[in-house]
Design a protein around this ligand. Structure first.
Ligand SMILES: [Zn+2]
Length: 392
């Protein structure tokens, strides 16, 4: 199933909608009512902001074009760099692209044992703010990579890092935070692991066993609890939990977190395959209930080595897959289609089912929440819409 990425032509060409509706009228009343409903209510394209991408600076113009061709008017680069380590270049790119490629800034959490870390953190965040960063990106290395002077992993809720999150809040810089990883990465690595393909391509993504002699990896549960402590400890800091708040396997848990912490938001980056296999009513209702709290992100990577469409195998993804990658996500959010191919098949061998969100929820998911929470402005005049393919 995972190789089946063919898209019906009616989705590629908005002009074909009328024909599709006519054809379906004879094919079945149910199908007709579905198409008619969508044709009637979704004529005006919804502008999309992608809050989570990774773009190498030299490929910024190509990336902007790629996003635009796939219905995304503004993208936020989570690899925006730290001061004197790429941040200034990201600021130039934001200007040169007319505001179509904005950036998150990064900070050296591995410096936490330095004597002047507090000062470094404050100064870095102030520079990020001054340079126009949307916010601060925290990589999964916090919790699963960075070690302190004793060689021990630094947990997500380490108090030595409070200064970072408190100052981000003080400066009004939201924090995009990736903590943990798919639950399967914490399970025994063998062919019965549902992410076996992905783990074989990326052995370094496995967090099972020990990371150093006598030091076991934390469990998924432990890292998630650390993430929750972090969000709870800084009520005046806005957190955007990457990858469906780091718990796409457990929508009920995400709902509980959103209910409990008003400073928490979620992005969808690289997790449509996971949430797409959940019960559709559960997911539909969750997106509706928390319509103001979930932001669209894709985790698209555009680097000199190649493309990464959510995740990838040993090879980078071919440009020929880009359209299907985005289109399958639009179909997940916007239609009730069943048994769609996974946008990122390397993540597992299953299909996904669309959750058919109402237009007002899509507006929030695709751009209004990013405008309100991240203060992103869609440049005006908007770019001319692509001639084909997007915004059915
Ligand atoms: Zn990412």
């Amino acid at each position: 199933m995972s190789g089946s990425t063919a898209i019906p032509r009616s989705y590629r060409r908005p002009g074909a909608w009328a024909i599709a509706v006519l054809a379906l009228a004879t094919a079945g009343a149910v199908a007709y009512s579905f198409r008619a409903k969508h044709a009637a209510t979704r004529q005006a394209p919804i502008q999309r902001i992608d809050v989570h991408v990774h773009v190498a600076p030299m490929l910024a113009p190509d990336a902007v074009r790629l996003f635009r061709e796939n219905g995304i008017v503004v993208a936020l680069n989570a690899s925006g760099g730290a001061p004197e380590q790429g941040l200034e270049q990201s600021e130039r790119i934001a200007r040169d692209t007319g505001g179509h490629l904005l950036f998150w800034c990064n900070l050296g959490l591995n410096l936490l044992d330095e004597e002047d870390f507090d000062e470094y953190a404050r100064a870095t965040l102030e520079t990020c703010k001054r340079e126009g960063a949307v916010g601060l990106k925290i990589y999964k290395a916090l919790g699963l990579g960075i070690r302190d002077d004793t060689g021990t992993l630094v947990p997500v809720d380490d108090p030595r890092l409070d200064v970072v999150f408190e100052n981000a809040g003080r400066l009004g810089l939201p924090v995009l935070i990736h903590s943990g990883d798919p639950q399967a990465f914490f399970q025994p690595i063998n062919p019965s692991n549902e992410r076996w393909d992905e783990l074989q391509a990326h052995p370094g993504w496995a967090f099972y066993g020990e990371y150093a002699p006598g030091k076991p990896w934390p469990s998924w549960e432990t890292v998630f609890e650390q993430f929750e402590h972090r969000v709870a400890r800084h009520p005046h800091t806005t957190f955007l939990g990457a990858h469906f708040c780091n718990a796409p396997e457990e929508p009920a848990r995400v709902a509980h977190m959103l209910q409990r912490y008003p400073n928490l938001y979620c992005d969808t980056a690289a997790r449509v395959p996971e949430i797409g296999r959940k019960d559709t009513k559960t997911m539909h209702d969750l997106f509706v209930r928390f319509a103001d709290r979930i932001l669209y992100g894709s985790d698209t990577g555009v680097t000199p080595d190649g493309l990464t469409l959510g995740s990838r195998g040993e090879e980078h993804d071919p440009p020929s897959r880009v359209h299907a990658f985005f289109d399958l996500q639009w179909r997940y959010f916007e239609t009730d289609a069943r048994h769609l191919a996974s946008p990122t098949p390397i993540q597992g061998h299953w299909t996904i089912n669309g959750i058919d969100l109402p237009r007002e929820v899509l507006e929030k998911l695709y751009h209004q929440n990013a405008e309100r929470v991240l203060h992103v402005r869609i440049p005006t005049p908007p770019p001319s819409p692509p001639t084909s393919r997007t915004n059915p």
